[in-house]
Design a protein around this ligand. Structure first.
Ligand SMILES: O=P(O)(O)OC[C@H]1O[C@H](O[C@H]2O[C@H](CO)[C@@H](O)[C@H](O)[C@H]2O)[C@H](O)[C@@H](O)[C@@H]1O
Length: 269
């Protein structure tokens, strides 16, 4: 099932832009984009990872040319507030909360059975983290992020243990990782990859007529790269991408911006 390839140095998507375009072979692109570390650089706290106006403009232009969806670990209302771009789909909480470009719900009640456990875990972990300098809980409704980026390293072990213990108390939840965060999520086979395929189906985007791109930077994005590996193009963001199922890389969110502009230009002619 896991289809991660060795970090032998995936080709750079900007250097191989023409090759990527030629893979479309007459199909229409559909663009799936992660937010943190992909569209915007990582910051000390979630509210500081602000999308610059030129990014908002670029996404708006892209949305006029092709289907665009942001697929993020953030809560959907949060990422919609951060971007505010109309005409694109938003999948929040790793795909447990999705609306299409017109604002129609695409996720139904998929995560609802997990809400009582998430609420209990949220209250318990918020109380545990409260006295720890720099630690905080981000409640994203269908998942929880426990942030420790600003915490002294000697407390990292205590935080990881507390999250493990809370996960053990709730068999319907599972612990996952991220960049200086732990997460608690519903323990079911639903992730960014299944969410992308679900959005494609809901929007009538078939692999005969459409080639999906997924651009992301983190371990949860690997699900997205695996899901589209045989039908589209996965691009991992970062200078050191490690083992990944993505076929191409981009060095930074800035390089993502350049790639998006080139994609716009190549489709507006
Ligand atoms: O799927 P993504 O869009 O990449 O979201 C993943 C997580 O991103 C956010 O946390 C990360 O970015 C923060 C702001 O730059 C940073 O402070 C934190 O250390 C990173 O892990 C977000 O807050 C999480 O909810 C997302 O799951």
């Amino acid at each position: 099932m896991t289809q991660t390839v060795a970090p032998a140095g995936q080709p750079d998507a900007l250097e191989h832009f023409d090759d990527i375009i030629s893979r479309m072979a007459g199909r229409r692109p559909a663009l799936f984009l992660d937010y943190d570390g992909t569209l915007v650089p990582l910051a000390r706290r979630p509210e500081l990872a602000i999308a610059p106006p030129e990014l908002l403009k670029a996404l708006s232009r892209l949305a006029d040319l092709m289907p665009v969806a942001v697929v993020t670990g953030r809560g959907r209302p949060d990422v919609m507030r951060m971007l505010g771009v109309k005409g694109i789909a938003y999948a929040g909480s790793h795909g447990f909360d999705i609306v299409d470009a017109e604002g129609n719900d695409l996720s139904g009640d998929i995560g609802d059975a997990f809400l009582p456990a998430l609420k209990k875990a949220s209250l318990a972990l918020a109380a545990f983290l409260d006295p720890i300098d720099g630690a905080f809980l981000e409640d994203k409704i269908y998942s929880l992020a426990i942030h420790y980026r600003e915490v002294l390293p000697e407390r990292h072990g205590d935080i990881a243990a507390a999250v493990e213990a809370e996960a053990a108390r709730h068999p319907t939840l599972k612990k996952a990782g991220g960049k200086m965060i732990h997460e608690l999520r519903p323990d079911m086979e639903w992730n960014k990859g299944t969410a992308i395929l679900h959005v494609m189906e809901a929007m009538g985007l078939t692999q005969d007529t459409c080639m999906p791109f997924y651009i992301g930077d983190d371990e949860t994005d690997e699900d997205g790269f695996r899901a589209i590996r045989d039908i589209g193009v996965g691009i991992k963001v970062g200078a050191d991408t490690g083992a990944t199922a993505a076929r191409f890389t981009l060095q930074s969110p800035e390089a993502v911006g350049v790639f998006l502009r080139q994609l716009t230009d190549s489709h507006s002619q």
